[in-house]
Design a protein around this ligand. Structure first.
Ligand SMILES: C[C@](O)(CO)[C@H](O)COP(=O)(O)OP(=O)(O)OC[C@H]1O[C@@H](n2ccc(N)nc2=O)[C@H](O)[C@@H]1O
Ligand SMILES: Nc1ncnc2c1ncn2[C@@H]1O[C@H](COP(=O)(O)OP(=O)(O)OP(=O)(O)O)[C@@H](O)[C@H]1O
Length: 289
């Protein structure tokens, strides 16, 4: 079985710079991966059959981004092969960690190999964008400054600290944040250099804090230990530390019942580190994305 990671992402900063006619928002964000996430296993199946094990509670199989990604790839290429997909879900849903998008990206990359389709990364990223704004960055696998709706990507090389990521016990719907009339939508469009030099912020944070006191409270607590922010449209928050120990010590002090994890920032996605290892072990395998 081909087992591959679907890592989480963090939005190290996130600015909303405008709203387009189609309702989507232009933004400027800095994506980085962490070495913690879901895990997916892929086995061939006959007759174009697709199945997911176990099912994700609360998400109908046909709505699951993993099955949607697999089906999209079948339709796009006319491929008649199938797959039995095994999912170990570790990332909270609606957490701003991009779990669903990452699962979709790993599925596209893995099935492109399993089914020997040979689609180039560029084409997989374009297909992925139809599933979600965050899918292309997971397919390209490099930390990136994103503009447009999140699809114009410039590789970036931010420091790779240890992060403590905490999950307030709520799910924030991305669309609800973007549709809120109170959302700040007029941040200036700046260059990456300018953005890197300014303090890093998340334009969605004030709104989510206002509507979800759980987020405001936990962020207030974490800020006592290190500079902290929300990722994506929430609800997860994160802080960076110079060592794993410092991050773990802080997690141990978190208010009782707080869910969270410690992970290392990675500018190369753990998906691609795993693919590189796989290729090194089996040099004759298909090395296209
Ligand atoms: C905010 C981020 O988390 C940053 O990483 C992402 O851009 C959101 O990506 P995502 O969860 O994959 O979002 P999608 O599934 O593409 O969109 C969900 C909803 O969010 C809104 N949306 C999303 C992305 C964007 N650039 N502008 C938007 O207005 C739209 O109402 C859309 O219907
Ligand atoms: N494989 C999947 N994993 C997680 N969520 C999925 C999956 N397939 C479909 N979904 C749906 O997508 C919604 C968003 O899930 P996801 O974990 O991607 O949110 P998120 O971390 O907030 O993402 P983002 O940072 O991109 O906003 C879920 O509430 C769920 O209904």
């Amino acid at each position: 079985m081909m087992v591959l990671p679907a890592p989480a992402k963090l939005n190290l900063f996130l600015y909303i710079t405008g709203r387009r006619d189609d309702g989507y928002h232009n933004l400027q964000t800095l994506f980085q991966f962490v070495d913690h996430g879901d895990s997916l296993g892929f086995e061939p199946a006959p007759d174009g059959e697709l199945s997911l094990h176990p099912a994700l509670p609360g998400v109908a199989e046909e709505q699951n981004l993993i099955i949607k990604a697999a089906r999209l790839l079948q339709h796009h290429t006319g491929c008649t092969q199938g797959a039995r997909i095994h999912l170990t879900k570790r990332l909270p849903m609606g957490g701003g960690l991009g779990g669903g998008s990452s699962d979709a990206a790993t599925t596209l990359v893995a099935l492109n190999r399993l089914w020997q389709l040979g689609l180039p990364t560029e084409q997989l990223a374009q297909l992925g964008l139809t599933l979600g704004a965050d899918v292309p960055v997971f397919i390209r696998g490099q930390a990136a400054f994103a503009e447009g709706v999140g699809d114009i990507l410039t590789p970036a090389h931010p420091p790779e600290p240890w992060y403590l990521v905490l999950h307030p016990e709520i799910e924030v719907a991305t669309a609800a944040v973007f549709n809120d009339p109170e959302l700040t939508r007029n941040s200036p469009v700046l260059s990456l250099q300018q953005r890197l030099a300014l303090p890093w912020q998340n334009d969605c944070e004030p709104l989510v804090k206002k509507h979800h006191p759980e987020v405001a409270k936990l962020l207030g607590w974490l800020l006592e230990y290190a500079p902290s922010r929300m990722t994506g449209t929430g609800a997860c928050i994160f802080a960076s530390f110079g060592s794993r120990e410092k991050a773990e010590q802080t997690l141990a002090k978190a208010p009782e019942g707080t869910r969270g994890f410690v992970a290392k920032g990675c500018n190369l996605s753990p998906l691609f580190s795993a693919l590189q290892k796989m290729d090194a072990a089996t040099p004759s395998s298909n090395t296209a994305t």
